[in-house]
Write a protein that binds this ligand. Sequence first.
Ligand SMILES: NC(=O)c1ccc[n+]([C@@H]2O[C@H](COP(=O)([O-])OP(=O)(O)OC[C@H]3O[C@@H](n4cnc5c(N)ncnc54)[C@H](O)[C@@H]3O)[C@@H](O)[C@H]2O)c1
Length: 343
Amino acid sequence: MSGSTPVRVGVVGFGYWGPNLVRNVHKLADAELVAVCDATPANLAKFTAAYPGIPTCDSLDAMLATHELDAVVVATSALSHYVVAKAVLEAGKHCFVEKPLTLTSDDAADLVRIADENDLVLMVGHLMVYHSAVNFIKEVIDSGELGDVLYLYAQRLNLGKVRTEENAFWSLAPHDVSIVNYLLGEAPDRVSATGADYINNGVEDTVFANMHFASGRMANIHVSWLDPHKTRKFTIVGTKKMLVFDDMEATEKIWIYDKGVGAPTDAMSFGEDLTLRFGEIKAPFLKMEEPLSLEVQHFLDCCRTGERPRSSGREGLEVVRVLEAVSESIAAGGAPIETRLED
Ligand SMILES: NC(=O)c1ccc[n+]([C@@H]2O[C@H](COP(=O)([O-])OP(=O)(O)OC[C@H]3O[C@@H](n4cnc5c(N)ncnc54)[C@H](O)[C@@H]3O)[C@@H](O)[C@H]2O)c1
């Protein structure tokens, strides 16, 4: 693909989230929105009303047969991701798939294999790894300012929107798992989780999941549809400093606390084994850009250069393995489940 010609993109799925992807593909100069496909006629009618003149199709097969495409963006419901993405890759097109990549790690591994064997880009919509705040935090961690990261925890809570086709962890936590893996630069080797179905029988609305890493670090993710507060919060505890990311804050989203526990300054001090440090607290200025726009631009760049995406199929597979293992652990009463994958 030449460096200056726009990437010719087709989009599958114009339901709730697809329109956001379509808007970005349409606005970015490096893409040409060639066609949109959806199995629901009413959704295609909404697309045509907003983007008159751009062709539509009622099936992926028809879109692939009728239009010259370099890449396809998949924004269908998770249940169909494997079948749709497989067809896209087997047609020789680069593929962006919304999160979660698939519903099983076997299916995700299969998509990674097909993409690798055919030198195609496979990217997953782990939107948060394109969020300016998350990338700022990654820089802070990598700079050593926090010291060694010891543990982190994430809370994604709300009253509603209650789904019945997937539990709260599959619905909400792909974002948190992808952030944790991205920030720590590793995927967990085991998880354990408990969950409860207070609202709908058999569908956990509240889950507490622990991720354990080979490095000794740990993370906890708490998701719930049954909580008085809308919360999107991350706390990271390092040996030198601590950081809180509150995505519900409009401007001061990140706070860095120069707080910690150190070795005693005076071994003979009376009644004190450890020193507590309470230093300055700062809320750094963040230049925010729309994560979805950065995400779609990154996909286009990868299609052109062949570069491996920040959220490649491999990262998608690692996230799906955690989601799957959390369900296994809940079913096994909180038992630890291995999540390590073959290289
Ligand atoms: N990144 C985010 O923050 C974010 C937010 C919401 C949803 N999502 C993801 O986006 C995806 C779509 O979610 P949604 O809420 O928009 O779902 P939705 O059900 O509202 O829309 C899916 C659309 O895909 C169409 N469709 C389904 N299977 C099809 C097929 N085989 N061929 C053609 N069209 C097909 C349906 O007709 C529907 O219009 C999911 O993977 C979801 O997890 C991501």
